[in-house]
Design a protein around this ligand. Structure first.
Ligand code: MG
Length: 439
């Protein structure tokens, strides 16, 4: 590798929390920030485990290896939660950066799950590389709220992706061309929720030493309120192998952008242009089956067809009503010693069992006494928004016993348009049918 980095970092518990659930990694050419969540010690355990697993499993310097290291970290967190009931429901974000080799050249790979972020300061301009996996980001993407409204939205702590929630995790990844003088910033939400991006940019421009810059950003976040743990890793590119002097120095920095099984490749454009996506999933063979011979058979009588159609229509109407009633019913209850929002009705309805819609980080034993009976019986709501509002009230009342924002994780990522050509707008897993949007 000719790319060389000079890193600096700082992490702080903040002004409100009693423990630091963030973990940072600065190891050789691998840098990461993980922001844990979960009751008791869950958040700390999850972020530390994920970072340890990441450091141990990442070997070959490729973007795919970095994505696989994220998957290993996910498995490590899930295995630990399975072993220890007190850690059930713990999770963590992860944003990581590494020097990799791709298509015969050295690049910088960035991978992300959750709402910790990677920014790039290039020529005094601060650009957010990653995109948050959060409910408010989805609302912004859908045009339902503005970016400014997202900053104060009551659901801004609800994630749509995190490590430790499902056996497979979707990570977004980017490959960028390294240029001498570029400065990367990895951080947890404890920074950007307290310090405006313009202020972050001016600190990164003014403080040349990366440790000095990281310390100053943490100090400003604490000054801004320090309502969450704050973690900052600053990574300076101090050798780009002569790229900046080369004739292609004006070329795009974004060399490739990968998400899950779909890969978008851009050559010399930033972001990847429309139509540049390459679907690596197996191509279908619609209209095939030419070898199949039609089979001649005697058809049923008209009366039989009419009778069957009537039965099917009745069955579909009943099934539709049941599904409608179930899908529009939510209740707040307990699962695995945690407060969760269920979709469906307590005890099930006509054979349809309720399913966990959203999991919160509130342990069952943290539920205030005033809510206990309701939660035990399953407090019902006709919309997800109403259920979330109830959880928020519960969180506020429980906050007297704890401090800091309590995060929740939606186990199902929102559906995204996998054909979206924008490089700044990573396509998601189009096989996912559920949604994190408020109903
Ligand atoms: Mg945080």
């Amino acid at each position: 590798m000719t790319i060389r980095f000079n890193p600096g970092s700082s992490t702080h518990v903040g002004q409100v929390r009693s423990s630091n659930q963030d973990t940072i990694l600065t190891h050789d050419d691998l840098y990461a920030v993980a922001d844990g969540m979960g009751g008791h010690n869950g958040g700390e355990v999850a972020s530390q485990l994920a970072i340890e697993s990441m450091r141990e499993s990442y070997g070959v310097p490729t973007t795919d290896a970095l994505v696989e290291a994220i998957q290993s970290a996910n498995e490590a967190v899930m295995a630990k939660a399975d072993d220890d009931p007190s850690l059930r429901g713990m999770g963590t974000t992860m944003v990581a950066l590494a020097a990799v080799v791709a298509d015969g050249e050295e690049r910088i790979a960035v991978v992300n799950v959750g709402d910790s972020r990677c920014y790039l300061l290039e020529d005094d301009r601060l650009r957010q590389i990653t995109k948050d996996h959060s409910v408010v980001q989805t609302l912004v993407d859908n045009g339902q709220i503005t970016a400014a409204e997202a900053e104060t939205h009551p659901q801004r702590n609800i994630l749509t992706r995190a490590l430790g929630i499902d056996t497979r995790v979707m990570a977004d990844s980017w490959e960028l061309l390294p240029f001498l003088g570029d400065r990367y910033l990895l951080c947890s939400d404890g920074l950007f929720n307290e310090v405006a991006e313009a202020e972050i940019a001016s600190v990164l421009q003014a403080r040349t030493d990366p440790n000095d810059a990281a310390d100053e950003l943490v100090r400003l976040a604490n000054e801004g309120g320090g309502r969450d743990n704050i973690s900052v890793v600053v990574v300076d590119v101090i050798d780009d192998g002569g790229r900046r002097d080369a004739a292609d120095a004006a070329a795009s920095r974004v060399a490739a952008h990968t998400t899950g099984v779909r890969r978008a490749v851009a050559n010399g454009t930033d972001p990847p242009p429309p139509g540049s996506q390459v679907d690596t999933t197996a191509s279908g063979s619609e209209g095939g089956g030419g070898d199949e011979e039609p089979i001649a058979r005697r058809g049923p009588s008209f009366r039989t067809i009419a009778f069957v159609c009537a039965l099917v229509a009745i069955a579909l109407t009943v099934a539709g009503s049941v599904i409608f009633a179930t899908r529009n019913s939510y209740y707040v209850g307990i699962d695995s010693e945690q407060v969760v929002i269920f979709q469906g009705q307590p005890g099930g309805f006509l054979g349809i069992e309720p399913s966990v819609k959203e999991r919160t980080s509130i342990a069952a034993d943290e539920v205030p006494a005033a809510y206990r009976d309701e939660i035990d019986q399953g407090e019902e709501f006709s919309s997800l928004d109403d259920a979330r509002s109830y959880v928020e009230r519960l969180q506020e009342d429980a906050a007297a016993e704890d401090s800091g924002p309590v995060r929740t994780i939606d186990p199902a990522p929102p559906p995204t348009d996998s054909t979206d050509p924008s490089g700044d707008d990573p396509p998601g897993d189009d096989t996912t049918a559920d949604t994190a949007l408020p109903q």
